[in-house]
Design a binder for this molecule. Sequence first.
Ligand SMILES: [Ca+2]
Ligand SMILES: [Ca+2]
Ligand SMILES: [Ca+2]
Ligand SMILES: [Ca+2]
Length: 654
Amino acid sequence: MSRRPACALCLVACGVLLAGAPAAAAPKRITGKLSRPGYTVIAIAASGKGNAARATPGFSLRPPAGRVTLHLEAPDGVYAGPVVVATGKRGKRAIVGVKAGTRLGLVRINSRGGYAKVSRKLARKQIDRRRWARAKKGVPIGAGRFGLVRSRVGRSSPPGDLDADGIADPLDIDDNGNHVLDRYESQGGARAAGRRGGGPVATAAAVFTGYFLVLAVNDDGSVRGRLCPNGGEATGTWPADAPPPIVGKSYLLKVDFRSPTDATVLSVSGPVADGCPAIAHVPSVTPGLFLTLKDTVNANAAALTVADLDETLSRRGFLLIQGPAQPDATVELDCGGARDPGNPGGWSGGLSYCTAGGTGRAVPTPAPGTPPRSWPLAFPDCCDSDGDGFGELAPLASEEQPCMTRCVSAFFSPGATADQIGTGDVLNWRVTQDGAESQFPTTLPDVVATVPALVSYRDGAGNSATVSYPVPPPYVGDDPDYLGPYEGPYQGFPIARCPAGAPPPCVEGDVVLTLEFWRPQRAAIPGAEEGQWTDIGGLVYSPGLSGPWTPPFDQQRSAPSLPRCDPDHLSTTDPHLTVAPSMHPFGDGYGFRDSAADRPADPANTLSFSVNVTRCLGRSPESGENVSMWLIGRLGTSAEGTGGATQELLFTME
Ligand SMILES: [Ca+2]
Ligand SMILES: [Ca+2]
Ligand SMILES: [Ca+2]
Ligand SMILES: [Ca+2]
């Protein structure tokens, strides 16, 4: 769980959306007819604002701005690609810009290719050629792969599509074209990706993009403001080349946080809005999976089947939803589909796990021993006060959260298999402020399908084991399940102190564990990746030690409290790992940063590091004492392992 303010989390989720000027009058409708029924047409402006309309198969859609790009969502709620309105440069360019008021006529869907094309030639004045995409034979290069494609970011990108691959930034899982999922770029992935070239990838400590409301301009020229919509106040230096700050207006800032007290503003754009913009209310969504040794799934374990992985994902997988919760704004989640006309109260189409009557369950904060499927709120049905079928986030908010004011830091259990949840799922956030609704369509980049899995351990004192999955009874090494019932008895892997003369990383008299493990996986992204499962690269692995039993629950941080090891308690000779003393500026994270890129799952690819248990705990465990270890593979926005992929292990002192 992050201890950063909720708004900072949102900054990450908001990405590099550039804001456009607000339209004076409501733009005229765009109409057309799709070649197939059941799809939804989404118009997106450069600001990230969208509007969605279901096609029957005709559609009439009021665009959020005078110039937009159009995208399709399939009947099952998954992104189905951009609409191409013209081509150029002998098919090396696709034009995707449409002006308000345009009648498109018939739009042919190519579902295999992941795009659609208007079937007649449109008049020049109806299309916007500034919204172009790199293309092959007239098909945008990002089509059919959710935007995960190498694409150079030029000096003049088309509005709202930084890497010009035809997939609008908020829908693009790799919006800077470096072939690294943007989710993993706020930590190790960015550096690795930066070396390979691609876009203007952050190589600094931690770059966050977000909205900043100017409260005052001081006599000395410094600017006081706060992070939108409800974050902390800060005073700082406004860059000399930036547009002059106007009190009461918000700006999009890119900030490099080297530490909580040392931040540098890299760029300013705007003003974006009077007050905070609606987009600042859009939450972040981080997938997580949390398993003990006994329940562990990993695609590199030969004896585990796809059915095993799916069963575990649907029973134990969760999404961590973090965002602001302000009384003056309502945030709803639209997962596609519509009310079923033939079945009052029923819902047809959209994502099975977050539409009315679906499998989703939620809880504001999970306590120890509460498995995901027992979480008390059936979402969205729990939380739909206006009965429109879209669940509201406010009922998931809590005062006991790690942010400065009321916020959402909720857990959501989709109850879905890898076929039912994953890359490209369209999550359309509807934010209502001052009686006006704005939509912000986004796509889910991925879902963690498995956890890091211990392959072997040794302690330098003669104890070692190689694990085979599924682990047979009596489940030696199985830790009490934090998100599950207590079952016991438990017996950890045996450990002992290093004897005199044992080679490094052993230290005489200390307990030093060396672990070898597999990376966690996500489902391979269709159209962009080989194989069925992808070993996730770029994570930070943190061994969280606790003794004995399950770590205490920290109410204030609404997270399990794990002692952290200092960098000098950790060591590795693995060429892919470096000791990461601080993962990001708002948390004192630590661990091992993985430099490997995503690649097809392979049992030959393991990671290895050592932990000096004695020095990390501040003492050696007593004879017979149990030591829990949470092997946490952290994603970009989760500092404490409540998001991300975690394996819980147990060791017992001889
Ligand atoms: Ca892209
Ligand atoms: Ca793009
Ligand atoms: Ca990227
Ligand atoms: Ca609602």
